[in-house]
Design a protein around this ligand. Structure first.
Ligand SMILES: [Zn+2]
Length: 674
């Protein structure tokens, strides 16, 4: 849960563990993935990806299946090979091999898990039963937060947004069982249906904690109402995109004045931060609200809530019937999945994320060729040059701001493949026995590690994604772009393909991450990663005018019947997609000699755009479209293809798009930002 709301990634991380380094690369542009019966000027997504969508039907266990997800899938198989080798080996006690092997086998031992039933949770439920005062309740919250089980709110450590070389503690809103406040507050028919299913889910779990069926419905309603009150106090996702709104630095005394219902000094002492000095409260209204709720809500309701929350946190690690309940709500109702993921994938994911860099170290040894890193760094530098040229030539930006922008661009740090320094897992306790205990031990290990950083200098060598994850990110406080090893593979990166497709795929991803340093959020941080306005007022105003055009364009996409895309929530990502395309295209122009022959009938320019579209080829279920439209800052795959391309004159030329075509956008409606 750490670093929430901080990183600008290329896709919403799904805890995807990846991947493979194929010795035989697939063709970079495969006509079978296209649907050439559709005109590229009518629907470029259907034209470029129609064949792919037919050839890659939605698996029952998934809610979205795109080329991104497919790469992650192949990768899971590869990590499985790694895990199988480890499981078959002999390992010294305390070694990484022993930890991976024992964590994995504790999760795969379904006989032991069924036999144990809910007994691993009994001690924690007893803790709740023993609560007789608010002070007791706060002690339970402290104990659980130390294991990264997070009722009420979340604490984490990260760089201070205004003093980016120092780590500070952040308090973040939380405590909800559904993904976001809007799930509680929306009153349309679909949302009401989900709310009802959620109450049923809570009741179902309560029965497993010992409530009678008759009592459970009423108890679930009380828990739901409590969560709803917390939802009302929560900040919207849109407001959370404003880094100034979430930057509220205060002392414990200030926090206690804001939220007097809670013993904050006791809390910090309890979690081992006796003197945190100042901290950042991301959503002050939420903490004021929770403080009030603690004073006004009956203790019995809180006890029900805590018991439910703990059980819900652990539900996927328990017996079959509880796992089934959990899937039914989170998998089926919220995302539309038909069956749960195979057990080995889930357990591998859990063990793999508990020991993510240890797995990553083995992963890169086996699957990541050093040549890929070299080629990638060269690509990044070419893109940096192109973005610099584009900034210098911007007609809407004045020289003072331009100079600062170039300074920031030149300061961007680049990480490729894997960290130079690996995390030490020697303090993580992994036992042969209980899966639940291993999960809690891992939470405890992470919490101690994270809190150990508070009030110390930022470790700039740290990575926030492991090498085996198919994704990439820009971190504003270190002003760096990071590309884990697993994304450096087809369909993003082709070791053997020509430049046009590599610039269209990974080139755009690099440009996307760079642009995050200059999107509506990222532009508010300076070259050293501090929240600090380096723009002239006039340039900021012009920037906002240009981004408004993009908000308007995306808000017109119809996701499903009456539901439209959220152009405001996805603005930063859409700016990055558009910037990424512009920058990568310009970089490609520099490397093309002009005498390239078409391949399979497509010019280099066409192959650039086809390679781009291909990374967002995607099938997706209705439920998942709705869920992501509410909470994902990235546009859906289809709009990541259609949205930015309509703004590029080079795309019009490459595919002969003319006025009157569906892909055509009047010049006055197009956006040029970076
Ligand atoms: Zn992004």
């Amino acid at each position: 849960m750490q670093n929430m709301n901080r990183f600008f990634t290329v896709a919403l991380a799904a805890g995807v563990i990846a991947c493979t380094q194929t010795s035989k690369e697939p063709p970079a542009i495969d006509v079978l993935d296209m649907d050439t019966s559709v005109s590229p000027a009518t629907d470029f997504d259907a034209y470029a990806n129609g064949g792919w969508k037919k050839r890659n039907p939605m698996p029952d266990e998934k809610s979205r299946y795109g080329s991104f997800d497919k790469l992650a899938d192949t990768g899971e198989e590869q990590v499985k090979t790694l895990f199988t080798e480890i499981a078959g080996g002999k390992h010294a006690e305390g070694s990484i091999g022993q930890k991976i092997a024992d964590f994995y086998s504790s999760g795969m031992d379904t006989a032991a898990i069924e036999a144990a039933g809910t007994s691993p949770l009994q001690p924690y439920w007893k803790q709740v039963d023993a609560i007789t005062s608010v002070a007791d309740m706060q002690q339970v919250v402290i104990d659980w937060h130390r294991m990264q089980v997070n009722p009420l709110f979340v604490i984490y450590a990260d760089a201070d947004q205004k003093n980016s070389s120092q780590v500070i503690a952040y308090l973040h809103q939380g405590g909800l069982g559904m993904p976001d406040r809007d799930y509680y507050l929306n009153t349309d028919e679909r949302s009401l249906g989900i709310q009802e299913k959620y109450r049923q889910f809570i009741a179902g779990l309560l029965v497993h904690t010992g409530s009678s069926k008759e009592a459970a419905a009423g108890e679930a309603a009380a828990i739901y109402e409590l969560e709803k009150k917390m939802a009302i106090a929560s900040m919207s996702l849109l407001d959370q995109r404003d880094p100034y709104k979430t930057y509220n630095k205060m002392t414990i005394a200030g926090l206690s004045a804001l939220s007097p219902g809670y013993d904050w000094a006791g809390y910090f002492q309890g979690i081992g931060l006796n003197d945190p000095g100042e901290l950042v409260v991301s959503q002050p209204e939420f903490f004021a609200g929770v403080g009030k709720l603690i004073q006004t809500e009956p203790l019995d309701t809180w006890k029900l809530y805590l018991k439910y929350q703990f059980t819900n946190f652990m539900a996927d690690y328990l017996s079959k019937d509880i796992v089934g309940l959990n899937f039914d709500f989170y998998g089926k109702t919220l995302s539309g999945k038909q069956v749960d993921r195979p057990r080995w994938k889930k357990v591998q994911g859990t063990a793999g994320s508990a020991l993510s860099e240890a797995v990553g170290q083995l992963y890169v040894k086996k699957y990541f060729p050093p040549e890929a890193k070299k080629r990638m760094i060269a690509l990044v530098e070419n893109l940096r040059v192109s973005l610099g040229e584009r900034i210098s030539q911007l007609e809407w930006m004045g020289d003072t701001t331009k100079q600062k922008a170039i300074e920031k661009l030149n300061a961007i740090n680049v990480k490729v493949g894997y960290p130079d320094k690996w995390r030490d897992y020697s303090a993580l306790q992994v036992e042969k026995g209980s899966y639940v205990q291993n999960v809690l031990n891992s939470g405890m290990f992470d919490f101690t590690w994270m809190m150990g950083k508070v009030n110390k200098p930022v470790d700039k060598s740290e990575w926030y994604m492991p090498p085996q994850m198919v994704n990439a990110y820009y971190n504003p406080s270190t002003n760096e772009i990071v590309f884990p090893a697993a994304i450096l593979q087809p369909p993003f990166f082709y070791m053997n393909a020509e430049d046009a497709v590599n610039y269209g795929a990974i080139g755009v991803v690099i440009g996307h991450e760079m642009t995050h340093g200059f999107d509506d959020q990222g532009r508010q941080y300076d070259k050293d990663g501090n929240l600090n306005d380096w723009w002239t007022a006039q340039d900021a105003e012009r920037f906002n005018g240009r981004t408004a055009a993009l908000v308007n364009q995306y808000s017109q996409f119809t996701v499903l019947d009456t539901i439209k895309a959220d152009g405001k929530l996805t603005l930063g990502e859409n700016i990055a997609d558009l910037g990424g395309l512009n920058i990568a295209y310009q970089a490609l122009r520099h490397v093309l000699k002009g005498d390239e022959k078409p391949i399979d009938g497509f010019t280099p320019e066409q192959r650039f755009f086809l390679a781009y579209a291909h990374i967002w080829a995607q099938n997706i279920r209705d439920e998942e479209m709705l869920r992501r439209t509410k909470i994902d800052v990235h546009s859906l795959g289809r709009y990541r293809v259609l949205g930015p391309l309509r703004n590029l004159p080079e795309f019009y030329t490459a595919f002969n798009v003319k006025e009157g075509d569906a892909m055509y956008l009047a010049e006055s409606d197009r956006a040029v930002i970076w």
